[in-house]
Write a protein that binds this ligand. Structure first.
Ligand code: NAP
Length: 325
């Protein structure tokens, strides 16, 4: 049985697949395959490990309906047409839980970096600009005892809440569709409506999955409801916020700052005015970019494929209904 791996992954995961008798074929180039090449590569494979966010749409599932399992190396699955996968009878797994701490680190880093205008000062140093001391100029704001509002308090949001509470004694409020009782116990998180989350938070951090319900949730109406001193953090997906509205909200002082690991589009245009704002910090989608997390993600994806090959359910399957057919 054969597995196609759409981009290079750590050797440890490849070895595990081979040890279990799978024939492995890999796209070793550093580029994403265009869809027609991905489809062509899958024709003589039983399984696919999809590395990155290439779209798996209804056309893909029509042409690759023979696949017996697809393991994503991401937690997010907004790039996959799950209904089409289920219709084709293909189980899809993700890497839930393998990168919660690593991604929460990036949200935490952005929160502090924005509050202390770190990227703005770092740019000044890099560009060798001379600064004369001014007691009142370019000051940051502190996080101690402030309120952190989490939109989507799941795996990553909970890790961020733990760090924010331990480091700064921050009060945690959150909004989900269902209450997160574990978080309420662990970090004394309080459930609030979305409107209250916007109105009460000093920092709002987005950790929801991208879906039709959450797309552009942070738009001009939402930014208007936030405190003028608030910081907006997004490490989930670029389309959770409306980028034009975010620019206007910052320019008009409706909110104070923003930290983004995800933008719309990616990569961000070099002309984007956000890049010149002193209270904005932007990273190029590096939430899971550590040796440890990438190894865990690849090993988890390989394990899901090994289970599928053995006739077992994939442990991290996201379209469970496929097994009920
Ligand atoms: P998770 O454990 O599934 O948490 C997502 C949370 O969002 C859940 O608590 C869920 O609660 C809530 N939610 C979902 N839909 C909602 C809605 N319509 N309204 C309100 N709340 C909603 O996922 P995670 O592991 O924390 O990951 C979250 C997201 O982070 C992923 O989907 C991915 O897009 C992104 N991510 C980014 C990076 C990066 O590199 N920057 C890395 C990993 C993940 P309810 O179901 O109760 O609503």
């Amino acid at each position: 049985m054969k597995v196609f791996i759409a981009r290079n992954i750590p050797e440890k995961a490849i070895e595990q697949l081979k040890e279990k008798g799978l024939e492995v074929s890999i796209n070793r180039s550093r580029k994403h395959l265009p869809q027609e090449q991905l489809i062509a590569q899958c024709q003589d494979s039983n399984f696919l490990i999809l590395v990155g966010n290439a779209k798996l749409d209804s056309l893909f599932f029509e042409k690759c309906a023979h696949l017996e399992g697809i393991a994503l190396t991401t937690v997010g699955f907004d790039h996959v047409d799950l209904a089409a996968a289920t219709k084709a009878g293909i189980p899809i797994s993700n890497t839930a839980g393998s990168l919660r701490k690593t991604t929460a680190d990036i949200a935490f880093l952005l929160m502090i970096a924005v509050s202390r205008k770190a990227f703005f000062y770092a740019k000044e140093v890099r560009e060798k600009q001379k600064r004369s001391f001014d007691f009142m100029q370019d000051l940051g704001i502190e996080l101690e005892k402030k309120t952190l509002g989490i939109y989507g308090l799941g795996d990553i949001g909970l890790e961020l809440a733990k760090m924010a509470k331990a480091a700064y004694g921050m009060k945690i409020i959150y909004h989900n569709r269902t209450k997160n009782e574990e978080a309420e116990k662990l970090v004394d998180a309080k459930y609030v409506s979305f409107a209250d989350l916007l109105a009460q938070s000093d920092v709002v951090s987005a950790h929801v999955n991208l879906s039709p319900e959450t797309k552009y949730k942070f738009n001009k109406d939402a930014f208007k409801k936030m405190k003028n001193s608030a910081i907006f953090i997004n490490t989930a997906r670029g389309k959770i916020h409306q980028e034009e509205d975010l620019i206007v909200a910052l320019q008009q002082g409706e909110i104070w700052g923003a930290g983004l690991d995800v933008t719309d589009p990616e990569p961000i245009s070099s002309e984007n005015p956000l890049l010149e704002m002193p209270t904005v910090c932007i990273l190029p989608h590096i939430g899971s970019a550590t040796v440890e997390a990438r190894t865990k993600m690849a090993v988890m994806a390989a394990n899901n494929i090994i289970c599928a090959k053995t006739g077992l359910e994939m442990p991290q399957v996201i379209n469970k209904e496929v097994y009920m057919k």
